[in-house]
Design a protein around this ligand. Structure first.
Ligand code: HEM
Length: 122
């Protein structure tokens, strides 16, 4: 089920994001703080909440739209922070990566809006 997969990916991302936070603190180098924040919030918190919705409302989790939304969000939630990190480390030549990542995330968000409205009575 897509909800369980999303929650499993989310907790792994959160563990990695928190470890990255510890490394940032230990090195006193906060250049990657925005990438850390987006990884934890978009890839960790949001992904977990979406997955939880699909688990709590199985009718939503069974929708094809939910599977598309889940996979889109997983891809975007990794590409977006990775893109932010690329730009922060290497400069604006890599701007396409966070732009594509953010567009994928917002497309997934739009699908989630449809899923929630369609299952509001479930
Ligand atoms: C072991 C856990 C964590 C550690 C050690 C950690 C560490 C850090 C550090 C060192 C910074 C940079 C602070 C600075 O710029 O002065 C930071 C920023 C931030 N962290 Fe974490 N963090 C952790 C978990 C999380 C989690 C779970 C979230 C969100 C769900 C989060 C969200 C943020 C945000 C929003 C910022 C601000 C980013 C910015 O200013 O651009 N962090 N964190």
């Amino acid at each position: 089920m897509i909800g369980s997969l999303m929650m499993c990916v989310s907790v792994v991302i959160l563990l990695a994001g928190m470890l990255a936070g510890i490394v940032m603190g230990a090195q006193q180098n906060f250049v990657l703080a925005p990438a850390h924040a987006h990884l934890n919030l978009v890839g960790g918190v949001l992904l977990f909440l979406f997955g939880l919705y699909y688990r709590v409302i199985p009718a939503a989790g069974r929708m094809t739209l939910a599977r598309i939304q889940g996979w889109l969000h997983i891809v975007g939630a990794v590409l977006f922070p990775a893109g932010i990190a690329l730009v922060l480390l290497n400069g604006p030549a890599y701007t396409a990566a966070p732009i594509v990542g953010s567009l994928i995330v917002i497309a997934a968000m739009a699908l989630f809006v449809i899923v929630v409205f369609r299952t509001r009575a479930a």
